[in-house]
Design a protein around this ligand. Structure first.
Ligand SMILES: Nc1ncnc2c1ncn2[C@@H]1O[C@H](COP(=O)(O)OP(=O)(O)OP(=O)(O)O)[C@@H](O)[C@H]1O
Length: 618
């Protein structure tokens, strides 16, 4: 396979059209570990998509449309075959800077308004190479062009399906790439909204962009706006040419489309039985006869959509310059770095965006805080004043362990559920070079921590007072910082779980991640009683370090004798409790460094998993 080459020139490509061609593309996947477990999805397909045209890849479900799109966009690498740009072998890195890919499950930041989303996109995608005035102008151009002026201040969560799709396109138009790939952009839209969206893509193509989309089965109304049809039949090409010539082509090879029948519907119906015939006739995408006439069919043809739309809702690309005349585009294409914004700036912008999202989702944040305070009051009532009397030392110990468990589960499950929801958005933005994984990961961590800290601290303050612990600020600081650190580690494990699994699997498998730590916490099984070969697990159990930190804060630091309200209290001397639990030699500094170290390792692991996940479609 040869497709990564330096042969493509950059200087000339800044202003020229981008015509994409591909030859003999084969794509295999391994679906089991056995040597026979390989499946060929694309079988030597060839074809071409040109600038100025709206090209549509059609085919039955499972024919290989999305797979071909992934390869064209650079999301997957073909097993064999070559991809070219303007006749030169394609350089993946340079091509990625001139294209964008809007995936099928594209999602947008639900808590941000259209205008805010576009502003953040402009900051990330245009960087400091474009001044603020120009960025604002670009955002205005896109809002007007896409006909979303009326809903510019509406949060994405309240937008219609069509408006969301337009926003997803608008976000990529901020950097105005000359090549746009969209996987199933019309899926889930009603016919009039789908038509409106196709009209937008038609106009974008007419401005000189290369627009390639997949559609499962387009209606006749949508087909009117399409220039090039690329039909896939079981991983091979069955036709490539103008929509208008599909019927003559089929007739030419002896397949007569009934009158008044949508030719694409007919094609999809008969392609299964005529696979070999169709593939041979189109030479698996190499036959030029039908392709040559696309230019004649397309030349200057601008479709007019006769839609009655509210003022401000009309799609009119007149305000958005064609990519060839766009000065912003030229500046961005001339950049040497992969990302238009330095990592530190990406982190700062993403953190602002994340914090704004947290702020907008205030009900969730308040609910989390309320749950922590409510649970603290409940726990405080159950273990009321146990810290004041040596008779209740065991209960006090149980209270500490319960606090650890509660904070571990709330921190862990919160991110386990919420983190995977972000993956489709991050995948699109990361693939389209908005930011690197590190900047996103760091901003996520930083934006989670304020809520986490406030909630944990509130829990600590309420329970510490209600359970009657020693009135000593140092002890309280050790108590609360231990629990805050434990909640941070649990959050990091939750992110690791969320990076590995979707929400459903994360909820099912998550407890298996976290439960082993409870066995090795020292609460159920003491270090000295455990078999020698598993003792190392105590050192990596963050709950063990957490428990030690809490016990030090309550019974350590040479705490004087406790009041005993019974005739005899075994643990009147707190040091005795430390000795019996093997904690008399423990130090808080070791607790802090161990918890920080464990968090560091988990952060590193989840970063690697996230990086891999963003590259694969899992
Ligand atoms: N990683 C994989 N392992 C096994 N099979 C796969 C893998 N990826 C894709 N396939 C299979 O390859 C075929 C083509 O998939 P693809 O998603 O490209 O189809 P499609 O034409 O886009 O279908 P749809 O219109 O339903 O989205 C399908 O049968 C799919 O099950």
């Amino acid at each position: 396979m040869v497709h990564d080459s330096q042969s493509e020139t950059t200087s000339s490509s800044l202003v020229e059209d981008v015509n994409i061609s591909f030859r003999d593309i084969v794509y295999n996947v391994r679906h089991s570990l056995f040597p026979t477990g390989r499946k060929t999805i694309l079988k030597g397909v060839s074809g071409q998509f040109n600038a100025g045209e709206l090209s549509v890849i059609i085919g039955q479900s499972g024919a290989g449309k999305s797979t071909l799109m992934d390869i064209l966009a650079g999301y997957s690498k073909p097993t064999a075959g070559a991809l070219s740009v303007n006749g030169m072998l394609r350089n993946e890195k340079k091509f990625r800077r001139r294209s964008c890919y809007i995936l099928q499950d594209d999602q947008v930041q639900e808590m941000l308004t259209i205008e805010e989303s576009l502003h953040f996109a402009a900051e990330l995608k245009l960087g400091h190479h474009i001044n603020t005035q120009q960025k604002l102008k670009r955002v205005e151009e896109i809002i007007t062009s896409l006909g979303v002026s009326r809903v510019r201040d509406t949060r994405a969560a309240f937008l219609s399906g069509g408006q969301k799709k337009r926003l997803a396109i608008g976000l990529e138009l901020v950097s105005d790439p000359p090549v746009m790939f969209l996987d199933e952009p019309t899926s889930g839209l009603d016919s009039s909204i789908a038509k409106q969206l196709m009209y937008l893509l038609h106009l974008l193509a007419r401005q000189g962009r290369t627009v390639v989309i997949t559609i499962h089965q387009p209606s006749a109304a949508l087909l009117e706006m399409v220039d090039r049809l690329y039909a896939i039949v079981n991983g091979q090409c069955g036709y490539m040419g103008p929509v208008q010539l599909l019927v003559p082509y089929l007739k030419d090879i002896g397949l007569v489309c009934p009158p008044y029948h949508n030719p694409v519907d007919y094609f999809i119906e008969i392609c299964g039985d005529n696979e070999v015939h169709l593939v041979n006739s189109s030479e698996n995408g190499k036959k030029e006869k039908w392709i040559n006439s696309i230019r004649d069919e397309t030349e200057d043809k601008l479709f007019f959509l006769d839609f009655k739309m509210a003022k401000g809702d009309e799609i009119c690309l007149t305000t958005l310059p064609p990519p060839k005349e766009d000065p912003t585009n030229k500046i961005l294409l001339a950049l040497k770095s992969t990302y238009p914004t330095p990592s530190w700036n990406q982190f700062a912008i993403l953190t602002r965006r994340e914090l704004l999202t947290v702020w907008r989702d205030l009900s969730f944040t308040l609910m989390t805080l309320l749950i922590h305070c409510g649970m603290a009051l409940f726990v405080g009532t159950m273990f009321f004043k146990v810290g004041e009397d040596a008779m209740y030392v065991r209960d006090n110990y149980n209270f500490m362990y319960f606090s650890l468990m509660f904070l571990m589960f709330t921190s862990f499950s919160g991110v386990t559920v919420r983190f995977p929801e972000q993956i489709p958005i991050v995948r699109r933005e990361h693939f389209n070079r908005w930011y690197n994984t590190g900047a996103y990961y760091a901003s996520t961590l930083v934006s989670i921590l304020p809520t986490q800290t406030v909630c944990t601290f509130s829990f600590c303050a309420i329970t510490y007072l209600m359970t009657g612990q020693a009135q000593d600020i140092l002890r309280f600081m050790i108590f609360s910082s231990t629990l805050v650190l434990v909640s941070y580690v649990s959050t990091c494990i939750g992110i690791l779980n969320g990076s590995l699994f979707n929400v459903k699997n994360g909820v099912v498998f998550g407890p298996f991640f976290i439960m082993p730590f409870t066995i090795f916490s020292g609460f159920f099984l003491r270090f000295s009683d455990a078999p020698v070969f598993v003792r190392w697990l105590f050192h990596i159990s963050f709950l063990k370090h957490g428990l030690v930190g809490l016990v030090i804060s309550v019974f350590g630091l040479n705490r004087p004798k406790l009041i005993c309200s019974a005739i005899y209290c075994h643990y009147s001397k707190p040091n005795q409790f430390l000795k019996d639990n093997g904690m008399h030699n423990e130090r808080f500094s070791v607790v802090v460094s161990s918890l920080t170290g464990i968090a560091g390792v988990v952060i590193l692991l989840s970063f690697v998993v996230l990086k891999i996940r963003l590259k694969c479609k899992w």
